[in-house]
Write a protein that binds this ligand. Structure first.
Ligand code: PLP
Length: 409
């Protein structure tokens, strides 16, 4: 009889968001007349910007005529999009990235989850704690992470780099040297970032040790402070140690449209092999290209109209972030993030656990957030709120939180 990949069986419990959905459904069933405000899942709510919709429509029309029809896209992406990205995201920021170092995909989640395939089975990974769960889970599935300890919430072969208020959410260089270092900047869930100087420490470390940095910049569009780099390739030395992941989900509202890309510089070589070649081989074998119409919409992100409209959209969400951040500060809460990211990270008051606070917020205020413990053991005692709701709902949610007895000191 065939054997299943039993690494999958090692994955603990139900996925964070299904656990949340169950609790919310139970609450709604018991309180059918109460309006719930969801500041939990990191999905956007604003519609796709007009310049992008126009590009989509035009591309759809092209597909309806034999002269302009497009079949399979090139595996690695259309040149028009790769060139727009190279110019708009990299050259404009003084980074040396060529169009053919960019691999177009249908989103950053697949790329961040799949990249581990090009590394050896015994590679040791290091992750910030807390962080986006995909990095650890995809390595669990590949059998790289050892055994799970339910008590500590940790895997035996994963290096956890705690990022908490005690170290200002800046990971420290680990004692044991990892092979792969996942960095998510701005971080999901804490909304915190690294400055150029702080990131330079990691680039130098990776070059010194031979590790590779897997840099997830899905929230790059939200960076407001000039000290925070928009790309790891703004840092000297990154071309020989880093892979960067980008998404169109949070800057252009493409969570349901699907588009992303990965950058692998040709100078990134390990064991005499260009990682660019391995990823090209993998991408070409297992991926058949992002849709033409979506890549055309992606190109419009870099047009003057597209840029202006998306800047407004990011500003809309960041106004929400400010409402949450300042509202919670006003009632004496300890809050982080929210300045360079659409996430607000709250220290749970009164010594409650993250899940206890989740229940409290749902039952007392009808507001849904995300328990910090779902993002790693060091997330316990924290809570994530997102700025992706509508402005009106966000204002109402904050008013409700201000009235919560358990939040008032
Ligand atoms: N990376 C991080 C850190 C995220 O938080 C998310 C989505 O929430 C993604 C990647 C996924 O992006 P995409 O929608 O492009 O797959």
């Amino acid at each position: 009889m065939v054997k299943v990949n039993d690494n999958y069986l090692k994955l603990p419990g139900s996925y964070l968001f299904s656990a949340i959905a169950k609790k919310v459904n139970a609450y709604t069933a018991a309180n059918p007349d109460k309006k719930i405000i969801r500041l939990g899942i990191g999905d956007v709510t604003q519609p796709i910007a007009p310049a992008l919709i126009k590009a989509l429509h035009d591309a759809v029309d092209e597909m309806g005529s034999a002269e302009t029809f497009h079949g399979y896209a090139p595996d690695l992406g259309y040149g028009f999009l790769r060139e727009a990205i190279a110019a708009g995201d990299y050259e404009a920021r003084g980074c040396k990235i060529e169009a053919d170092e960019i691999f177009i995909s249908d989103g950053a989640k697949c790329d961040c989850g799949n990249i581990q395939e090009i590394f050896s089975e015994d590679a040791v990974i290091a992750v910030c704690d807390p962080v986006y769960p995909v990095y650890v889970d995809s390595n669990v599935m590949a059998g790289r992470t050892g055994e799970y300890d339910e008590k500590t919430g940790k895997w035996s072969r994963v290096i956890y780099m705690p990022c908490t208020a005690e170290n200002q959410f800046v990971p420290e260089l680990p004692e044991e040297t990892p092979d792969l270092i996942y960095l998510c900047v701005p971080n999901n869930p804490t909304g915190t970032t690294l400055t150029r100087d702080q990131l330079k420490v990691w680039v130098d470390y990776a070059n010194r040790t031979g590790a590779v940095i897997l840099y997830d910049a899905a929230y790059e569009a939200y960076i407001a402070e000039p000290s925070v780099p928009h790309s790891i390739f703004e840092i000297d030395g990154a071309r020989t140690c880093a892979i960067e992941f980008r998404s169109f989900s949070k800057n252009a509202g493409f969570t349901g449209v699907r588009l992303g890309f990965t950058v692998i510089p040709k100078e990134l070589v390990r064991g005499g092999v260009m990682l660019h070649s391995l990823w090209a081989r993998r991408h070409g074998t297992k991926f058949n290209g992002a849709p033409y119409i979506v890549q055309k919409a992606g190109e419009a992100v870099y047009s003057p109209e597209g840029r202006a409209q998306l800047k407004e959209q990011v500003a809309y969400y960041m106004r929400n972030a400010k409402v949450i951040y300042e509202g919670l500060k006003e009632i004496g809460c300890e809050v982080y993030g929210g300045v360079n990211a659409p996430y607000i990270w709250l220290l749970v008051p009164g010594g409650m656990t993250s899940w206890e606070f989740f229940d409290c917020l749902l039952n007392e205020a009808g507001v849904v957030g995300t328990p910090g413990s779902g993002f790693g053991p060091s997330g316990e005692g924290y809570f994530r709120l997102t700025a992706f709701g509508t402005y009106e709902n966000t204002v109402e949610a904050v008013e409700r939180m201000k009235n919560m007895v358990s939040l008032r000191k």
